[in-house]
Design a protein around this ligand. Structure first.
Ligand code: ZN
Ligand code: ZN
Length: 261
């Protein structure tokens, strides 16, 4: 069994729901369950996995686009443990409906089968939002969405990642000229909001050893397009003369983007 490589499949990504599958050997975890149970099941089966075979679900934070399918999924597949930090659980009424054994409060780091999973704090307007560093024997994947600004902790978590799921939420000009009310625009642009295409690109370009594969994620449907996100990130990498070839994927709401490496 190869415990080195990951398979990453973004089942859905964007403000209408987020869920990502990460597999290594016999260990399969889902980050967030923000789409319906039906869609999660469909997505997992498209990857050749029965939902009950999941080793666990890890939540980043309590916003609806990350937990919408959780309650129904948890009832149907009660053998799958759900991991979240204490303050996130407090915000989730579903906790009271689940068997105790299914609710797991994660420390900052845990080992599940062939994966080590470490959470790290991110600035976002939720109770205790986190991103994840996921390690196989030799590889590392960093999961980072819903992040208002790049902090030292975030920089540290991205170091040495071979693959990254990275938020590219909006194009700043589209957001400012778009349909969102000013207060919401400010929230998104604020320190506890979301990463823009430009910031995502600059962040990638600033990494000493950028990941070989990047999934641009959590794209806004109103304030971004896949083409713009890709172009802005590519421009930032080119501008910073990043020589390493980075394979960019754009994770969308409906489409399954899948990759084995
Ligand atoms: Zn959020
Ligand atoms: Zn979100």
């Amino acid at each position: 069994m190869d415990l080195t490589n990951f398979a990453v499949a973004v089942l859905a990504s964007g403000s209408r729901g987020n869920s990502t599958l990460i597999q290594c050997g016999q260990t399969s975890i889902l980050i967030d369950a923000g789409i319906s149970c039906r869609r999660i099941v469909q997505g997992l089966r498209a990857c050749g996995l029965e939902p009950g075979e999941l080793s666990g679900i890890f939540l980043t934070h309590e916003h609806k686009d990350h937990v919408a399918g959780l309650e129904v999924f948890a009832k149907h597949y009660s053998q799958v443990p759900i991991f979240a930090n204490e303050r996130t659980w407090v915000q989730l009424p579903v906790r009271r409906l689940l068997p105790r054994s299914q609710v797991r409060v994660i420390p900052r780091s845990c080992i599940l089968g062939s994966l080590q999973i470490k959470s790290f704090r991110i600035p976002h307007d939720a109770a205790d939002p986190v991103g994840y560093e996921i390690f196989s024997e030799k590889r590392k994947c960093t999961y980072l969405t819903d992040c208002g600004t790049i902090t030292k902790t975030v920089e540290q978590a991205a170091k040495g990642a071979d693959v990254m799921i990275l938020e590219a939420n909006h194009d700043e000009t589209m957001l400012r000229n778009g349909p969102y009310p000013i207060a919401l625009q400010r929230r998104i642009l604020g320190e506890n909001g979301h990463l823009s295409n430009r910031t995502a690109g600059q962040f990638l370009a600033s990494l000493e050893n950028p990941p070989r594969e990047v999934f641009l994620a959590h794209l806004s449907e109103k304030n971004n397009t896949p083409e713009r996100a890709c172009q802005t990130v590519e421009d930032a990498l080119e501008g910073a003369s990043v020589t390493r070839k980075i394979k960019l994927y754009v994770a969308r709401q409906q489409t399954l983007v899948s990759n084995v490496w």
